[in-house]
Ligand binder design. Structure first.
Ligand code: SF4
Length: 260
């Protein structure tokens, strides 16, 4: 005879939905369109011009990781002055590249130099030249897989490259968009940027111009309206749909909101 402990059926925890399985609420398309319109974009989105050399775009994105735009731009200019062609950077040591980046200011010079040199070396070894032009001929999933296999390139950097430099319909999530989606409560509180990107892939139109506009609008909305500490809910075009608006317009304790 089974003991009462083993005979009792244990409650089974419900399986969590994957990003691809979680549907968007009915109001999502209207809210996304309102977000775009609030930041000057129509439903046609943002016209994109593919970068003639996506490797330049990738190196700029690596420099921009945890740097301000101004510092990343200074580092880019210093790098191009020291190495007008990437073949020249490949002949240098990572420490020399790091010294160039340090001279332009900004942090993480050593690890960024190591990533940049590692990318150049891998491309030279595997593709015969330091170039990412071949990515234009690959399906987006293969291009993403190749990019995410490069040193210093995570999902977000790959998404930004696919979207803004290859004009592929990728979805990219930064800290501003991550906070916005949590406050709208369209994704579970524990989902970080990677899962949110996967979710957006399924709920935004598969159009690069639309997704580029959504990214720009979402980032700007997070910086100017749905800020971390003091969201301007009364001025927000999303407040009709936002589950957090009442909270912030009530006691206003933004810092205590658990999903931020
Ligand atoms: Fe953010 Fe408030 Fe707008 Fe909601 S209503 S998205 S909390 S600014």
């Amino acid at each position: 005879m089974k003991s009462s402990k083993t005979a009792r059926s244990s409650p089974t925890a419900p399986r969590r939905l994957t990003p691809a399985e979680l549907p968007a609420p009915d109001w999502w398309p209207a809210a996304a369109e309102a977000l775009l319109a609030a930041h000057g974009y129509g439903p046609q989105g943002l016209a994109l011009t593919p970068n003639p050399e996506p490797l330049d775009g990738l190196i700029r994105l690596i420099l921009a990781q945890q740097n301000t735009w101004a510092v990343a731009q200074r580092q880019w200019e210093a790098l191009k002055a020291a190495y007008p062609r990437w073949e020249a950077a490949l002949l240098a040591e990572p420490d020399e590249i790091a010294a160039v980046l340090k001279g332009a200011g900004g942090g993480l010079a050593q690890s960024k130099a190591k990533s940049i040199w590692g990318i150049l070396q891998r491309l030279a070894e595997e593709r015969g030249q330091p170039s990412l032009r071949f990515l234009r001929r690959l399906p987006p999933t293969e291009a993403r897989a190749f990019l995410q296999g490069l040193p210093g390139v995570g999902r977000r950097t790959a998404s930004l490259l696919l979207l803004f430099h290859l004009a592929q319909p990728a979805a990219a999530v930064d800290g501003n968009i991550e906070r916005l989606l949590h406050r709208l409560e369209v994704v579970p509180p524990g989902w970080k940027a990677d899962r949110q990107e996967e979710w957006l892939e399924g709920v935004l139109p598969a159009d690069a111009a639309y997704r580029a506009a959504f990214h720009r609008a979402g980032v700007r909305h997070g910086r100017e309206i749905c800020t971390r500490r003091d969201p301007a809910c009364p001025a927000c075009v999303l407040r009709t749909w936002c589950s957090s608006a009442q909270f912030f317009m009530g006691d206003g304790n933004a810092a205590a909101r658990p999903t931020d």
